[in-house]
Design a protein around this ligand. Structure first.
Ligand code: ADP
Ligand code: MG
Length: 327
């Protein structure tokens, strides 16, 4: 297939420059200019997706575009922030633009469709050649000092988790040939891996209710562990209370599935702690937003995180979660 080679300028103009609201100066100048809402604070975060590490080289480009933004929206959710603006820095293999303009167009659609859903404006970025790499920087807003953080958990807090954990990790293990899912199980788990839902509305609702929050990107034990370290607390969680999909329940007898549930990562659910007084309000929020929320355990004094099974025995896991440098 022979295609005209697109310049860097063409790529930006054709695929990424779209009319956007709430921007003083968008794509096309040396930098973008935006006006934060008066009395709001900016919340800024970045996340990079690397080919061969965060996704397979042959990944569906629409879903890859979608996920690149979703994982960043998830960081905003964990802070209780309203996402507003986003920058996209792309490193693209030269042959991609020559032979696969469809790839670019689908990647951009996945990214921009999700941006539209959350009214987030793509205001700039960078485009260079090299091994495929996607770096997204996102900016959101919170009312002054009204944000969620990792260091506020208090002994006696309930520990909550949104959604169901482990399905994305099951899908990944299936893709790698480590476990076998049936077709219908795959249909259930693949969206968790490729098009995760960021809990953006939930995060904003929790700002006045939760003592601490984090999004689960590296696995429940690792990420809850960050809350405990930052808050100088311990925790006990009940294995039976960790929310599982029907597919996860089917596979729970295998230690691989248990690993997916507790340490798999890529869940992009929120884990948060809140005083028990707030339980009924949190349950109402769960109903209004139609996001399942489960209490999985309690924050304690001291240090350490223990997982207790239905027989009251402690469950010992080799690894707590995904670490790019320790695995
Ligand atoms: P400069 O050479 O001055 O750094 P660039 O050529 O890198 O400018 O970018 C030109 C404009 O296009 C800038 O506004 C930049 O923010 C924007 N831009 C570059 N790459 C992307 C991208 N992948 N997505 C969105 N905007 C981009
Ligand atoms: Mg540049």
């Amino acid at each position: 297939m022979s295609q005209t080679k697109l310049s860097e300028f063409d790529i930006i103009q054709r695929y990424f420059k779209r009319p956007v609201a709430d921007v003083d100066l968008g794509i096309g100048d040396d930098a973008a200019v935006v006006s934060p809402t008066p009395d709001m604070q900016l919340v800024v975060s970045a996340d990079t997706l690397v080919s061969g590490r965060h996704f397979f080289e042959n990944a569906d480009p629409y879903k890859l575009g979608y996920k690149s933004l979703a994982v960043n929206l998830s960081d905003m959710a964990a802070m209780g922030a309203k996402p507003r603006w986003v920058m996209l820095s792309l490193t693209l293999p030269e042959n991609l633009n020559e032979t696969h303009p469809v790839w670019l167009s689908q990647f951009a659609s996945g990214f921009l469709d999700l941006a539209r859903t959350y009214q987030v404006a793509l205001i700039g970025g960078d485009t260079t050649g090299g091994a495929l790499n996607i770096c997204v920087q996102i900016m959101g807003e919170v009312r002054e000092k009204r944000y969620l953080r990792r260091d506020g958990a208090k002994p006696g807090d309930d520990i909550w988790v949104s959604g169901y954990l482990g399905d994305a990790a099951l899908a990944l293990k299936h893709t790698l040939g480590i476990i076998r899912l049936s077709q219908s199980e795959m249909n259930h788990c693949m969206p968790a891996l490729h098009t995760p839902k960021a809990r953006v509305e939930l995060g904003q609702h929790l700002v006045d209710l939760a003592h601490s929050a984090i999004d689960i990107s590296d696995g429940l034990l690792a990420d809850l562990g960050h809350i405990l370290t930052c808050s100088t607390c311990a925790a006990e969680i009940k294995l039976d209370a960790v929310p599982c999909s029907r597919v996860m329940k089917q596979h729970m007898s295998s230690s691989l599935a248990l690993e997916c549930l507790l340490t798999g990562g890529d869940d992009y659910e929120l884990c948060f702690t809140a005083p028990k007084n707030n339980n009924s309000v949190i349950e109402q929020i769960s109903q209004v937003l139609r996001v399942p929320l489960s209490v999985i355990g309690e924050i304690k004094q001291g240090t350490g995180l223990s997982v207790i099974d239905a027989q009251g025995k402690e469950v010992i896991m080799q690894k707590k979660g995904y670490d790019h440098f320790a695995t």
